[in-house]
Design a protein around this ligand. Structure first.
Ligand SMILES: [Zn+2]
Length: 393
């Protein structure tokens, strides 16, 4: 049976800090931290009163973690797939909790309509159109200089997922699409890495921890991937930041339980609706004929990549990948040279991370891995044409 929550307890001190505990040393200037390389301590950090022991004291006081659990978190390695609403909140929570290594992967850039829920980003990131993985990495380094953050501006595909899983203990779903979730399920079941599915829409959310070979996997519960366009998305139905907080709170706590070796993991699917005030949990059996965890057929992992390289991104935008093989070589585009070449065509802006071209009513964002997101169309053929015209075929 799933573990039932304890009876509600009064929360006398929701801040975790009573007034008498404030001292001069609380006024630490953390603005010193941003330029510190990942995995190193900020200069004078401990000397100025913020040792790891103090930083995590409210967490080590908790009976389920303690000092030994905190040490395990410091050795933990988590992949966060997607750094949108779910991924940015998950990364924020786990960085603050002291998970020692976070690998972030996201293919997209920050926009103004992200700021309502994607907690790691600010107005500057949106104005600059910063890649989410980079902006998240910079924010996390200011939050916790004791951990390592490894950011990848990349698309998660059957071609790229294997190295991204290397050395990882737990995978967290921060994506907004089933294409990547079914791929994560295949890859994690095949490699035996636990992963936590989470999804949110409107005021509704769902989460499920998959322990390969032990609990039901995604395909035991939802055998077939929904066709694109058949399910509502945050671009069509909206999303409240409260449900993002609720579901990521559950998922990040499950990840912490996994890393510390707790036996209190949720077994089953949990869903809730914060507007309708519903909360449900059901433990689901593994299916012996599940293609993935029953029969060991990894259709999504083994499927040939769509040669068109084109996928819908929701919101009147299409992603175009470069011809297959190019993204796996590690070669990168010279964005400055491309900017010079495109300047006669339209309005061009670029930084170290991306190039943006406004032309013919389209906004073309090109990344160093030669991917582009074409905004202003839902038609893959149009997007491919725009890509070929300005980036190259
Ligand atoms: Zn299964």
């Amino acid at each position: 049976m799933p573990h039932r929550p304890h009876a509600p307890q009064p929360a006398a001190d929701t801040t975790g800090t009573s007034p008498s505990q404030h001292t001069a040393s609380d006024a630490i200037d953390e603005t010193q931290a941003p330029n510190v390389p990942a995995g190193t301590h900020a200069p004078g950090f401990a000397a100025r009163g913020l040792s790891a022991e103090q930083r995590y004291s409210r967490q080590t006081l908790f009976h389920g973690i303690g000092g030994a659990g905190q040490d395990r978190l410091a050795k933990g390695r988590i992949l966060i797939a997607g750094c949108g609403a779910l991924g940015s909140v998950l990364a924020n929570s786990l960085a603050r909790a002291g998970v020692g290594y976070l690998r972030l992967v996201d293919r997209d850039f920050v926009e103004g309509n992200n700021l309502q829920r994607q907690v790691l980003y600010d107005e500057h990131d949106a104005l600059e159109g910063m890649p989410k993985a980079i902006a998240a990495e910079q924010a996390l380094r200011r939050i916790n200089s004791l951990i390592t953050v490894d950011a990848h501006v990349a698309d998660i595909t059957a071609d790229t997922i294997e190295p991204l899983l290397d050395g990882i203990d737990v995978v967290l779903d921060g994506t907004d699409n089933f294409e990547v979730r079914y791929l994560l399920n295949d890859a994690c079941v095949k490699t035996g890495i636990p992963w936590i599915y989470t999804g949110v829409i409107a005021a509704y959310g769902v989460t499920m921890t998959v322990l390969p070979g032990d609990t039901a996997c995604l395909r035991c519960v939802f055998p077939e991937r929904p066709l694109p366009g058949t399910t509502p998305t945050c671009d069509t139905a909206g999303v409240l930041n409260g449900i993002v907080g609720a579901m990521t709170g559950m998922a990040s706590t499950e990840a912490i339980k996994l890393l510390v070796g707790s036996d209190r993991l949720v077994r089953g699917l949990t869903w809730m609706d914060l507007w309708e005030n519903t909360f449900e949990r059901v433990e689901l059996p593994r299916m012996p004929d599940c293609p993935t965890c029953g029969l060991g057929q990894y259709e999504y992992l083994d499927a040939p990549l769509d040669e068109s390289g084109v996928s819908l991104c929701g919101r009147n935008a299409v992603q175009v990948r470069p011809p297959r093989g190019i993204d796996a070589t590690g070669a990168t585009l010279d964005l400055r040279a491309l900017a010079e070449r495109l300047r006669p065509a339209g309005e061009v802006a670029s930084n170290d991370f991306l190039l943006r071209l406004r032309v013919d009513g389209y906004e073309v964002t090109v990344f160093p891995d030669a991917r582009a997101i074409i905004k202003g169309t839902d038609d893959p053929a149009v997007a491919r044409t725009v890509y070929a015209r300005y980036v190259g075929a």
